[in-house]
Design a protein around this ligand. Structure first.
Ligand SMILES: NC(=O)c1ccc[n+]([C@@H]2O[C@H](COP(=O)([O-])OP(=O)(O)OC[C@H]3O[C@@H](n4cnc5c(N)ncnc54)[C@H](O)[C@@H]3O)[C@@H](O)[C@H]2O)c1
Length: 345
């Protein structure tokens, strides 16, 4: 049994508002935007990332920034001693480290589970030692294939613990359990965000998520892949809204003993998303239907009442605007691809 610290959730202000942010997974899609937003706010960032699903250009864009440091580290391994020694300077620990795309997190399911469980525990211990506040990026996948709609935080979910998505879904559920155990024992102040589908610039064109898949296929003139008949629904949140929500949650003045859904409640079918992408890109490529992945959720829409009430947060960027910006970003990325391949080769 570990000794409890004297960190007191009731004592607001024990955690310094500005200081060193440890951002695990900071070279990934959402993490790179978060690092940028923290730096823009005048804070310092130490990014921990094993570069498993990071885009090198996300990291390159951050490395030139003052007050940014990068440490290549796998969070499933013990926190390096150097980092533990920096404890007193660390005020916030953000855990975004985990592949979010199903094909990528299923590639090495054991590692995904260890990242979520052992990695989260390692970062919680760091937060405990540093008396820093800790935020976990959990997921709407903790609701599994939901039986109630929309999904509110008190819904306990309908998750398979035996299927190919379990390494992620159950890993995140265990990570949440750990975070709340630390909070209950007053070992660390925690915040748990349940993130719903998020999209925007800095996504990896090849990571297999529906928005990036469809946009990249359309821009390349490739066949457009729809899994199932396209009637399954999703709700898509633009990344700047997500980062604003995460930052508001981290700083929110509450005991942190409840998870908070963050996402855009505007729900649409995958076919409707496809129509938007076709209209934006003007592609005439054919649509091909493939079978639905195992345990794919049929419906997804967050109930964000808790976020609205606690944080005063609601998403602002409409899909039309967010998709336009994302298409423009992917177009520039894909245009640079042959040159990059040439350099690499
Ligand atoms: N993007 C979404 O729609 C979405 C939805 C729900 C939850 N989330 C959660 O948000 C977080 C960020 O997602 P994202 O979309 O930016 O994913 P991403 O794959 O783009 O980024 C994850 C980052 O974590 C790093 N990483 C993975 N395992 C690691 C490990 N063991 N040690 C250190 N670094 C590791 C990767 O290299 C990558 O840079 C994840 O925890 C994910 O589960 C994202």
């Amino acid at each position: 049994m570990r000794k409890q610290t004297d960190l007191d959730h009731g004592r607001r202000g024990t955690v310094q508002p500005l200081g060193l942010n440890v951002v695990a997974g900071g070279a990934g899609f959402i993490g790179s935007h978060l690092c940028r937003a923290l730096l823009d706010r005048g804070e310092s960032v130490l990014c921990l990332d094993n570069l498993q699903t990071a885009r090198p250009s996300n990291l390159r864009a951050l490395e030139g920034q003052p007050r940014f440091r990068f440490l290549r580290h796998d969070i499933s391994q013990p926190v390096p001693a150097d980092l533990l020694r920096m404890g007193p300077r660390i005020t916030r620990v953000w855990n975004l480290a985990c592949p979010a795309s199903p094909p990528l997190y299923q590639r090495d399911p054991e590692h995904t589970m260890m990242t979520n469980v052992v990695g989260t525990n390692n970062l919680l211990r760091l937060a405990e030692a540093a008396k820093a506040r800790f935020l976990l990026t959990s997921t709407s996948e903790v609701y599994g294939d939901p039986e109630i709609h929309p999904q509110a935080e008190d819904y306990r979910g309908h998750v398979s613990c035996t299927g190919p998505r379990a390494c992620y879904d159950e890993g995140k559920r265990a990570a949440e359990a750990l975070a709340f155990d630390y909070a209950r024992a007053r070992r660390a102040e925690v915040r748990v965000a349940r993130i719903f589908n998020t999209y925007g610039p800095n996504m990896d064109p090849g990571d297999g998520r529906v928005v990036s898949n469809l946009i990249c296929q359309a821009l390349r003139g490739d066949e457009l892949t729809v899994y199932g008949d396209g009637s399954q629904t999703r709700s898509f949140c633009y990344v700047s809204d997500m980062v604003a929500g995460l930052m508001a949650l981290m700083e929110a003045d509450f005991d942190g003993m409840e998870p908070v859904n963050l996402g855009n409640p505007v729900e649409m079918t995958v076919s409707e998303l496809l129509d938007h992408v076709v209209a934006l890109t003007g592609t005439r490529a054919p649509v091909v239907h493939r079978s639905l992945p195992v345990d794919d959720p049929r419906r997804r829409r967050p109930d964000i009442s808790r976020a609205a009430e606690l944080l005063g947060w609601t998403p602002r960027v409409p899909l039309s605007e967010g998709l336009k910006a994302t298409c423009a970003w992917f177009a520039a990325e894909l245009a640079a691809e042959p040159a990059a391949a040439g350099i690499a080769g």
